[in-house]
Design a protein around this ligand. Structure first.
Ligand code: MV4
Length: 504
């Protein structure tokens, strides 16, 4: 096993990796920007190396400086987390070329899955179902029209170098095809420096279901079941769960085998995720493979009992996976809410400022994977995700009730957050019925944001005022310095509890 690992990331995932290292008896080296000098990941690591100024391009994206920091501190391996350099083939190669161990898949597998057309070719060769479409770039509009006629409208134009929705265009008629192709190519060229665009049949109203895979260097490739990630906004996931209400044990086995086959075809090792669309008829189609640990990995950990970050490290150190596929059966239900510094009531505008007060939920079945603490400065330099609140319970209904309860316990003052939005989703009848697909959130946004009926507001303000006065009378010393605000945790608590009761 490694003696020392460098973590090329920040925030909650850096802390998550530090925790895994500690449990394995591995020393940790953090890297940080000037803006993160006092960040929790810097304090929690055994050592820390300053990379440069706040902008990621001058700090967390400085691959060669990170490799140099690993060599200088005597770290033997680098864990990239997610985002930043985690899926850059050149960085995985630079780490390996420096004689260090990359805690992730081979650079060749990152490259193979980085091209969506190459990934489709691999998947097809492996017998994994893909959305009907082409596996090479379109030559011109005429070529596109011929392909679209073959598959039938609507079709979706996608950038081969893309992912995450950039360079995508839905096309409903032949007339729209040529201009859509031109603009997709333009967007792809400016975003990726590559204007290759291909075409797929557009799947209407599917769920986004992804399969976690884990492969070692000794030929074992396992799947750890699915995550349901349909609750997303503009390709940003907001809530994830495991398992999915739409996946039976039989479907899980088929999707799992399809993911394992695609991963094997790419020569994959370590943790990875195959994304699928699952349509209303139960057909599933491979979309792409994410060659990193993902934000939502904890829901899989909670239902399988397998520590994914620990196994990423063990696999990179050459260990063999000791699990049998048949023994990996999801137990109970896990839900994750991404707590972001975005204001749901202003169309998720990012909010900045200092975290003035933070009260964390706890109790049975609650996990907090956070990256901030009281006093943290929330800037626009990095991703707005502050933390992930994850719960486990024996059933989906119980997990939703537990998440609702945990969200009520959570107080973050100083920046606007997505907390209230998550509370409303947990209270929503369609969500509670599992009646979600990738367009669900966009369709229901008006109901789930900025909904503050005046009578409620008045009642809450009154209750909050009374409680605050009561608290100050009972414990006047608490009024010195930081005072826990009464507004969210008291007034709305009763109202929300009543609302939940009425939904039961
Ligand atoms: C699709 C699709 C419908 N049909 N492909 C979005 C980003 C990229 N990962 C692929 N995406 C989609 N591909 C076909 N043929 C719908 C989406 C899509 C989507 C997929 C997963 C999660 C959220 C999404 C939101 C909008 C569109």
């Amino acid at each position: 096993m490694f003696r020392k690992v460098l973590i090329a990331n920040r925030g909650e995932i850096a802390l998550r990796i530090i925790r895994a290292c500690r449990e394995l008896g591995i020393e940790t080296v953090a890297v940080y920007s000037e803006a993160d000098a006092h960040a929790p990941h810097v304090r929690q690591a055994d050592e820390a190396v300053l990379l440069g100024p706040a902008p990621a391009s001058e700090s967390y994206l400085k691959g060669h400086a990170i490799v140099a920091a690993a060599i200088r501190t005597g770290a033997e391996a680098i864990h990239p987390g997610y985002g930043f350099l985690s899926e850059r083939e050149w960085f995985a190669r630079a780490v390996r070329d420096a004689g260090l161990v990359w805690i992730g898949p081979p650079a060749e597998a990152i490259a193979a899955m980085g091209s969506k057309t190459a990934a489709r070719q691999l998947a097809i060769a492996a017998g994994t179902p893909v959305v009907p479409g082409t596996t090479t770039a379109l030559r011109d509009a005429e070529d596109a029209a011929e392909v679209a006629d073959r598959f039938g409208y609507p079709v979706l134009l996608k950038a081969a170098a893309g992912g995450g929705g950039k360079g995508m265009r839905v096309v409903h008629t032949r007339e729209e095809l040529a201009p859509a192709l031109a603009s997709a190519q333009r967007e792809a060229r400016s975003a990726f420096g590559d204007d290759a665009v291909y075409v797929e049949k557009f799947i209407v109203g599917p769920r986004h279901v992804e399969i976690q895979v884990l492969g070692d260097m000794h030929g074992t490739m396992l799947h750890l079941g699915e995550r349901e990630c349909s609750v997303q906004r503009r390709h940003q996931k907001m809530i994830e769960e495991a398992p999915s209400v739409a996946v039976s044990p039989e479907l899980r086995a088929r999707m799992g085998a399809a993911a394992v086959a695609a991963a094997r075809a790419a020569g994959y090792v370590n943790a990875g995720t195959c994304e699928f669309l699952l349509d209303a008829t139960g057909e599933f189609y491979f979309l792409e493979m994410n060659t990193r640990i993902q934000v939502e990995h904890p829901v899989t950990e909670l239902v399988t009992g397998i520590d994914l970050v620990e196994w990423q490290i063990r696999i990179a150190a050459g260990e063999k996976l000791p699990f049998a596929q048949e023994a990996i059966v999801p137990r109970g239900w896990a839900i994750e809410c991404r707590i972001t510094s975005e204001d749901p009531d202003t169309n998720f505008l990012p909010s900045t400022g200092r975290v003035q007060y933070l009260h964390l939920p706890s109790g049975p079945g609650v996990r907090w994977d956070g990256g901030v603490e009281t006093g943290s400065e929330i800037s626009l330099y990095y991703d707005p995700m502050l933390a992930k609140l994850i719960v486990w319970a024996s059933t989906r209904d119980a997990a939703i009730a537990r998440m609702h309860r945990a969200l009520l316990e959570l107080t973050i003052e100083g920046v606007d957050t997505s907390r209230d939005f998550h509370l409303r989703v947990m209270e929503d009848e369609e969500f509670r019925n599992g009646d979600i697909e990738i367009q669900w959130l966009e369709r229901r946004m008006a109901d789930l944001t900025g909904r503050t009926p005046p009578p409620d507001t008045v009642i809450r303000a009154a209750i909050a005022g009374v409680l605050l006065a009561e608290r100050e009378r009972a414990a006047p010393h608490r009024a010195n310095g930081i005072v826990p605000p009464a507004s969210d945790t008291s007034g709305s608590h009763w109202l929300r509890t009543a609302r939940m009761e009425s939904l039961r």
